[in-house]
Design a protein around this ligand. Structure first.
Ligand SMILES: [Cu+2]
Length: 260
């Protein structure tokens, strides 16, 4: 009898401990956090969609659903932006510096930042695969594109995920249903038409407001540390950004002159 009672007592005391362990285990595993991105058109493409970025440790799952893209065509897509505190965001028409009606990828670069991750369908996802059109998703006959892939990212990307944004490329300025050279060659790869590489849509992670200074960290929604870190970032990062943008403009002018 006494042994039984003791056993029951042990069982009763064990339950709360295992329950507590279970809770702790769940909390540890529930690191997955999803960020929603609304994709909005660039270059009057009418393209629009939604991207979901889910982080679980360094595993980043990217899901994208877009409508209004050039049908039956590959669309290069990337996560643009910086993971070192610089503030980039989606461009608008004012980024069209040469006023030819198209914000090209080069013209957008000073605004939305360099390519951080190439959202390919398979293989390499670095900047080196930026224009690997054979590994980029293809819009269907109705211009719908569906994409999902889980990739391993750096800790810097994890910490600065809110500083990155989704950009999809590929436009059809003369509405003939395909990429052609009516807007010239791509400055990124002269074998590709400008239409194939110009941005079609862009979206920022909700809560990463235009003009905000990213402070890093996954949980920056409250923005409580923004006031503390902003001055330094504005001083160093802001100036560096202006310098980079200026250099790009100069480089482009030179290219144009040489081309004439
Ligand atoms: Cu891009």
């Amino acid at each position: 009898m006494k042994a039984k009672r003791t056993a029951r007592l042990v069982a009763l005391t064990v339950i709360p401990i295992s329950f507590a362990l279970g809770v702790a285990g769940t909390a540890g595993a529930a690191s997955g956090k999803t960020y929603q991105v609304t994709l909005e058109q660039l270059n009057q493409t009418g393209a629009h969609g939604t991207a979901m970025l889910t982080l679980d440790g360094t595993a980043l799952t990217v899901k994208i659903e877009t409508d209004g893209l050039v049908p039956n065509s590959p669309h290069a897509q990337h996560l643009h932006g910086s993971t070192d505190g610089h503030d980039f965001h989606c461009p608008n028409a004012s980024a069209d510096k040469n006023k030819d009606g198209v914000v090209t990828t080069s013209e957008g670069m000073p605004v939305y930042g360099d390519i951080n991750i190439s959202l390919t369908t398979k293989g390499d996802t670095t900047k080196a695969s930026a224009l690997a059109v054979d590994r980029m998703p293809i819009a269907d006959s109705k211009g719908h594109l569906s994409y999902e892939r889980t990739i391993t990212v750096s800790q810097a990307v994890v910490e600065h995920i809110k500083d990155l944004h989704v950009v999809q490329h590929g436009i059809d300025t003369n509405n003939n249903g395909k990429y052609d050279f009516n807007k010239g060659k791509s400055e990124l790869d002269p074998k590709l038409p400008q239409e194939a590489t110009a941005p079609a849509d862009c979206g920022m992670i909700q809560g990463a407001a235009v003009g905000s200074v990213p402070v890093g960290g996954v949980e920056t929604g409250s923005g409580s540390t923004a006031g503390v870190e902003s001055p330094q970032l504005l001083g160093a990062g802001g100036l560096a950004l202006v310098g980079a943008a200026g250099a790009l403009v100069v480089a482009r002018r030179r290219t144009v002159r040489q081309g004439r």
